[in-house]
Design a protein around this ligand. Structure first.
Ligand SMILES: C[S@@+](CC[C@H](N)C(=O)[O-])C[C@H]1O[C@@H](n2cnc3c(N)ncnc32)[C@H](O)[C@@H]1O
Length: 319
């Protein structure tokens, strides 16, 4: 185990870390350690900012204790119950996997901005944006391509999460040309998607699998996003609380070029539903995360490269 203080640099701000990650000269392949350190610092500082803590706290143990205390106050419990505002906070606090997702999104260069001039316009949308951290990671990806007009749009249903995310995002972006906002909307409602019909969506994020195992009625169809629209429609859904499949379905219907963009890897950031046969008890162990291009990783191993001091794991874990 590495020492906790190595993962946290108290001399830089959240804004410093954001700007450093936006630098196109920083390469995910040749500067791997630097990228990982920056991403981890960014995630920890985002978490501290989200919880109104001093993100430049020198004493990392104190920072960790303060984070735990603050979370206890907000949720009234140690996130054993994954619901309400605590749900997305629980995700953010899973620092190892959050860092892996942020890195994957921020360094994705497969999407294609557009406009009259190349790189004129970029829009990312996060369906179920929670704390906003994955949405902001997508803006880093656009900045790294030096896109002129950058817009991030989050849809979320939890008031607390919406307000908090908007406050952190507007503070972080206050002096930047890029813009991000979270609005209250139900991502299972097709009307939410109608507002996306008129402009392209270049980056699509939806981390909306949850602990209620969806009852997917496969009807003999192999459900994979590589399949056709038909496959996905067939797979719909009996009494599931999980919005993911509906978000996919509405995206296929309302977002211009969605299916094509997913297939060519230029937009995508989503868990694949499963590989092979559906077996409820091994749901998560069978799932992979598809992140555009050909990258597909089992959920269970995501984030291993961010192996942390055990103290930093705090109290939550996604999958
Ligand atoms: C797994 S969390 C995503 C966390 C987020 N990626 C983050 O890192 O903060 C799923 C989010 O989707 C939101 N959500 C679930 N169902 C929704 C719905 N029908 N409409 C809008 N938001 C929804 C939840 O409130 C939660 O914040």
């Amino acid at each position: 185990m590495r020492n906790l203080s190595k993962y946290y640099d108290s001399t830089s701000t959240l804004e410093d870390n954001y700007e450093a990650l936006c630098d196109p000269a920083l390469s995910v392949s040749t500067d791997r350690q630097q990228v990982n350190d920056l991403v981890l610092n960014f995630v920890i500082k985002y978490l501290a900012r989200y919880l109104d803590l001093d993100e430049k706290e020198q004493d990392t143990n104190l920072l960790r204790r303060n984070i735990k205390e603050r979370v206890k106050k907000i949720t009234g419990a140690l996130l054993q119950e994954y619901d309400g505002e605590g749900f997305s906070l629980g995700c953010l606090m899973d620092i190892r996997k959050t860092a892996a997702l942020v890195k994957e999104i921020a360094f994705n260069d497969r999407f294609k901005p557009e406009g009259e001039k190349p790189n004129d316009f970029f829009r990312s949308v996060d369906f179920g944006s929670g704390t906003g951290i994955l949405l902001i990671a997508s803006l880093i990806a656009a900045r790294r391509k030096d896109v002129h007009e950058i817009v991030g749009l989050g849809f979320e249903r939890e008031e607390g999460a919406i307000n908090k995310a908007n406050s952190v995002l507007s503070g972080l972006l206050s002096e930047k040309r890029e813009f991000a906002t979270v609005i209250k909307a139900d991502i299972t409602d097709p009307n939410t998607f109608i507002m996306l019909e008129r402009e392209s969506t270049h980056f699509w994020i939806s981390e909306t699998i949850d602990r209620s195992i969806p009852r997917i009625n496969v009807q003999g169809t192999t459900l994979s996003f590589k399949g056709s629209q038909q496959d996905i429609a067939h797979a719909l859904v009996e009494e599931t609380k999980d919005p993911f499949i509906r978000v996919l379905q509405h995206s296929l219907t309302h977002i211009p070029d969605f299916e094509e963009n997913v297939k060519n890897g230029s937009i995508a950031m989503f868990p694949d539903l499963f590989n092979g046969d559906y077996e409820p008890n091994v749901y998560y162990s069978k799932m992979t995360l598809k992140t555009g291009g050909n990258i597909s990783q089992p959920l269970m191993i995501i984030g291993e490269e961010f192996n942390l001091h055990e103290d930093l794991e705090l109290v939550s874990r996604r999958w």
